[in-house]
Write a protein that binds this ligand. Sequence first.
Ligand SMILES: [Zn+2]
Length: 444
Amino acid sequence: MSIVPSPLDNDSCDIAIRASFLHFRGDPDLDGDAPEYLEDGLMILKQGRIQMLVEAEDWIDLLPDGSALYDYHGRLVMPGFVDCHTHYPQSEMIASHGLQLLDWLEKYTFPTEARFAERDHADRIAAFFCEQMLKNGTTTSAVFATVHPQSVDAIFTRALDLDLCLVAGKLMMDRNAPEPLRDTPESAYRDSSELISRWHLKGRGYYAVSPRFAACSSEAQLEICGQLLEEHPDLYLQSHVAENRDEVTWVAELFPDSRSYLDVYDRFGLLGPRAIYGHCIHLDETDRARLGASGAAIAFCPTSNLFLGSGLFSLADAEEHGIRVGLASDVGAGTSFGMLQTMAEAYKVCQLAGQQLSPLKAFYLATLGAARALYLDHRIGNFEVGKEADLVVLDLDATELLQCRMENAASLEERLFALMMLGDDRCIQATHVMGKRQHSRTLP
Ligand SMILES: [Zn+2]
């Protein structure tokens, strides 16, 4: 017996979206859950939340008067992309030539970040960064600001204006950095505490305690990080670990009593759920087991790792230990704001490491997988009923080359693979945040 749909009314629908839809209900490799795909689907939204995702032909005539219909016929709608690790203040220094991590920080990063002492500058770059997120279909990011509290105010203010989901925090750095960029354990504690009360859980914002990396923080400052997490157990923590071999050696010299680089953070209570560590390339089995057991997540930053020549992240090793992994752009060492290019480089990193990244897994790592890494999958990451309607409208025919390739693609997987290898921001037709269209591509 077929179910006769009951008519919708304005209490259950204020926005409807018609398109092809694809989203994940689990890890396509590990959980065995097939993604849900609707060739001609209709998503019903109310106050920014998903009410239903159904076959369009059964429901399109039942939409109530007064609801807005976005007709993206022929386009593919997926959950908005989630970027697990990036630096908005580095937007202006993306693609700076020729160095590896430690020299690159000295020569390019520190002078660029020093400009964020000026609130006007921070506001301008925060606006640019959020615009780039939306143009690339990214609706959630975990973001480092600079050491200046006003740089945190700037990015949260802009994200709040756009209703973007954002994890962000003030960099902490009390040594091995130029004087104007240094804080102290005391000032870091005071400034972070004020920022937490101002921004944590405001709108869709979450505060992240953000020591840059162990080499830039004294033991006293790392202790402060642990203290903040104890005082506010629902905070995030974000940092970097084991990105570059010289960095690993340096941290071993600075913390001779620690078993490993990761162990430095562990000693100060900085591993656990909602802790996000960028890179995690040069880890050993003990480190991986500890990460997996702790519930901390890895931000896999392939464009950055290739650009700085840092090394090849092993996705298979992380999965073996049950570690949560999400994709990340890591701008400005990363070379793109776009998660499509990030997926393409992730594929190549896996190839060089002797591993295969399927297109379904790549899109999972940029949506539900990344939402799980950030412990936000109860709110975002797929199209389950009740979730917040962040979504990206993808045009798989955006360029002549894509059109040519798509004509020769037999399956959805093949089309997704061509999209991630050849696509860029031209493929992002629109981006919706909490149901509302915040970006719409204008064609030349
Ligand atoms: Zn980073």
